[in-house]
Design a protein around this ligand. Structure first.
Ligand SMILES: Cc1ncc(COP(=O)(O)O)c(C=O)c1O
Length: 339
């Protein structure tokens, strides 16, 4: 294992030894290539550079106390990547190719998988880009699918401690009939300015509202939003929201904890009635939220009055993390063990 300060890792890029790549040319995917270069050689007219033919995924690999290496719900990421590719007319990496490349990149970078109990993981970043040249606005006829890996620490410096978020009404991350439901780079480009402003103003992230009416809660930065009200787990549903694999898993766990699960449009006014609120996604699992400020109206919503995450969010967090790290029985078959 590498000699790294595992507990001090940020959520950022970390150079590892290998990445894996596969090109789609002449209508078919080629051989898997292993590379130790951090660079790709790319045509100046590649469609990813001009017309945003780019999508990505983010997933984590954990080393358990039992020494086993587990990857969480990889098929969901692979299917979501296919969906993203379909949405912007790129060739879709087959599930079997995704699996083979994922296992290879994990095995080849095994020494970078953090030991348990440091709050760290090996992060995988699958990426598909249009590499074929076009000058007219058209899809490419060549694509590159690659996966790189690197150890990461917690997404927010607060870890599982509550954060403040800001409602923005003067920016949208995606259009009502746009690409919010898929994981394409353009959505993230559109979120950079409001996110940077929110950070400057003292918030961890932004809470986007629906672009059409500004009435419904959309996404919490690069994560889904959820609220707890009594015995209900409530989370927004909309075409513009990325279907989070963490959120899908939390809905299942909440159901099995005997909670009602509501997956439906959620109006901004409902923020008043929630006992707990949080953001959820691969990077942080759950980031509890202690304060939401509406930047335009000045309205403030407060939670976690004692400064700590609420009991339901804590239970959901511990259960999901426990399954990912092999501490809690995986009754759903969500983890795959890499031998
Ligand atoms: C916009 C957005 N929403 C939600 C999520 C959370 O999704 P997941 O739980 O699959 O990581 C992510 C991260 O992938 C994201 O970028």
């Amino acid at each position: 294992m590498e000699n790294i300060d595992w507990g001090g890792l940020p959520f950022g890029y970390y150079r590892t030894h290998y990445n894996v790549r596969c090109y789609y040319r002449d209508g078919k995917w080629g051989e898997i290539e292993v590379s130790s270069s951090e660079y790709i050689n790319i045509h100046i007219a590649a469609t990813c550079l001009h017309y945003g033919q780019e999508c990505f995924e983010g997933m984590k690999v954990f080393r358990g106390k039992d020494g086993k290496i587990r990857v969480f719900r990889w098929e969901e990421n692979a299917k979501r990547m296919q969906n993203s590719c379909e949405g912007i007319m790129m060739a879709e990496p087959p599930l079997e190719l995704f699996r083979e490349m994922m296992v290879k990149v994990i095995r080849m970078n095994e020494r970078f998988i953090p030991p348990p109990d440091h709050g760290a993981a090996l992060y995988l970043r699958p990426l598909t880009i249009g590499t074929g040249p076009q000058v007219g606005v058209k899809p490419a006829d060549e694509y590159l699918f690659l996966i790189f890996a690197g150890p990461v620490g917690p997404y927010f410096k607060e870890g599982f401690n509550p954060v403040d978020v800001q409602i923005v009404r003067d920016y949208d991350r995606t259009a009502p009939h746009g690409t919010g439901h898929i994981k394409v780079g353009g959505n993230y480009a559109a979120s950079l300015k409001p996110a940077a402003r929110a950070k400057k103003e003292g918030f961890s992230t932004v809470l986007f509202l629906d672009a059409k009416e500004n009435k419904f809660i959309d996404e919490a930065g690069p994560a889904n939003f959820f609220g707890i009200k009594g015995n209900s787990y409530i989370t927004p549903q909309s075409h513009t929201i990325l279907p989070s694999i963490t959120n899908k898993s939390l809905r299942q766990i909440a159901k099995d904890m005997g909670m009602n699960v509501e997956h439906r449009p959620v109006r901004v006014e409902e923020l008043e009635g929630f006992d707990e609120v949080g953001a959820c996604g691969t990077a942080a699992v759950i980031s509890p939220i202690k304060k939401i400020i509406d930047r335009q109206t000045g309205r403030v919503y407060e939670y976690c009055k004692d400064g700590k995450a609420g009991p339901v969010s804590t239970k959901l967090y511990n259960t999901l993390k426990g399954i990912q790290e092999g501490k809690i029985e995986d009754r759903y078959g969500w983890t795959m063990i890499i031998d």
